[in-house]
Design a protein around this ligand. Structure first.
Ligand SMILES: [Fe+2]
Length: 406
């Protein structure tokens, strides 16, 4: 990846759109791994531990034979310490890193690659480490990703996040060097996904698309068309995928495709205050990433609706065209309500209710969420469709928590 691209950003006058990877999708795509790995000498394999006994790994591992240098199951959140333990046992990276799993597994693989090519993980590409160079003497491994959940878009996004084993704090950064070179989207990995997992992933991808559309300066024509198409696909495919029947296969593939495209879109803009508030809330509850997004979605949509509803005309018409008659949201608030209803329908919002009840009147936690949102100055002052004053942020947090805690 040309280093210049890491420091170039879009403004309202001049746009940049970039994606360095290759995406293959459809039934049987996962078998393409055999041709991709055909000639390579050494491979590190990182996988979600729940695939340990899968038929797929049981065919890939023997195929690689002695070329397989490391086979590493990932359990729970990825940590920089676990990455360091692996790095310390080898003197150089493999030729290829293969990662099979959801966001945590893929971020673990990204942490490994960052450690190899930059020397460490913390804060790559942000603050005073914007535009830093990779280590000359190290050749970057080819990265092959097989996502098994349709959500984070970690395979196609330049962002990564790991959690310190001791302090539990976030270790994050961004670089296009960490986007997978090959992304294989095969719906067979999603066959046994629970409704809760499908809902969580779909909502995460949806919010990635939505926040790219909210960006005032950084949004671009390319990003906009991907996001509007992606939101329409998610709203059409999710109810079908949730029925869990054989014919839902193509709906599951659509969700995988959307999650990956959302990773591409968000890498060219940024996440907004739904993610920021959600990230802060996550540190004080046991809610998942997606559940924290659900907490803040409606209030954000309420605040932004007067500013963007009329700009999103082509989204409302595409939803009306593609969704079953009478079910298409025609404004931001209806869109947020669509999500709340589908979570309730599948009994997936109970933990949100109990977690927000436990903390809704806790001033310290509210203050922490407030500071996190307020400190993202680029969002608050430049990219948000409405200037987020302290008062607006405070009301946004109170409204969000009370909406669920009632
Ligand atoms: Fe996210």
């Amino acid at each position: 990846v040309d280093k210049k691209i890491e420091t170039y950003f879009s403004t309202s006058q001049k746009k940049r759109f970039f994606f360095p990877g290759k995406i293959l999708w459809g039934e049987g795509s996962r078998s393409e791994i055999f041709s991709i790995l055909g000639e390579v000498g050494s491979v590190d394999l990182i996988y979600d531990s729940c695939f340990s006994e899968s038929d797929y790994l049981n065919s890939v591992i023997p195929y690689l034979g002695s070329r397989l240098r490391l086979s590493c199951p990932v359990v729970g959140s990825p940590s920089p310490q676990a990455v360091r333990r692996i790095i310390s046992t080898f003197s150089h990276p493999p030729e290829v890193v293969v990662a099979l799993g959801g966001g945590s597994t893929l971020d673990f693989a990204k942490g490994l690659i960052a450690s190899w090519i930059y020397g460490d993980i913390a804060g790559i590409g942000v603050g005073n480490r914007r535009g830093i160079s990779t280590i000359d003497s190290v050749s970057r491994p080819t990265f092959v990703a097989l996502p098994t959940t349709a959500g984070s878009g970690a395979e196609s996004s330049r962002y990564y996040v790991l959690y310190d084993e001791h302090t539990k704090s976030k270790v994050h950064g961004k670089s296009w060097e960490l986007v997978a070179d090959w992304i294989l989207l095969d719906q067979s990995f999603l066959v046994n996904a629970s409704p809760k997992l499908l809902l969580a992933g779909a909502l995460d991808a949806f919010v990635h698309f939505l926040e790219t559309l909210f960006c005032r300066g950084e949004r671009s024509w390319i990003g906009e068309s991907i996001a509007m198409d992606g939101i329409t696909r998610i709203l059409r495919a999710l109810p079908i995928a949730l029925q869990g029947r054989r014919e839902s296969d193509s709906a599951q593939l659509q969700l995988l495709y959307c999650a990956t495209l959302a990773g591409v879109a968000i890498s060219n803009t940024r996440t907004g205050h739904i993610h920021e508030a959600g990230g802060a809330l996550r540190e004080h509850t046991n809610l998942s990433h997606a559940e924290t997004l659900l907490v803040f979605l409606h209030s954000a949509c309420e605040d932004y609706a007067p500013y963007v509803d009329s700009e999103f005309g082509s989204l409302w018409s595409s939803l009306a065209r593609e969704m079953p008659a009478g079910s298409a949201p025609s404004g931001l608030i209806e869109l947020a309500e669509w999500w709340e209803q589908i979570f309730r329908k599948f009994d997936a919002s109970e933990s949100v209710v109990s977690a927000t009840r436990a903390i809704s009147n806790d001033d310290t936690i509210r203050e922490k969420i407030f500071l996190r949102v307020r400190d993202d100055r680029v969002w608050v002052e430049k990219e948000s469709p409405l200037l987020l004053s302290d008062e607006v942020i405070q009301q946004f947090i109170i409204k969000s928590l009370h909406r669920w805690a009632m």
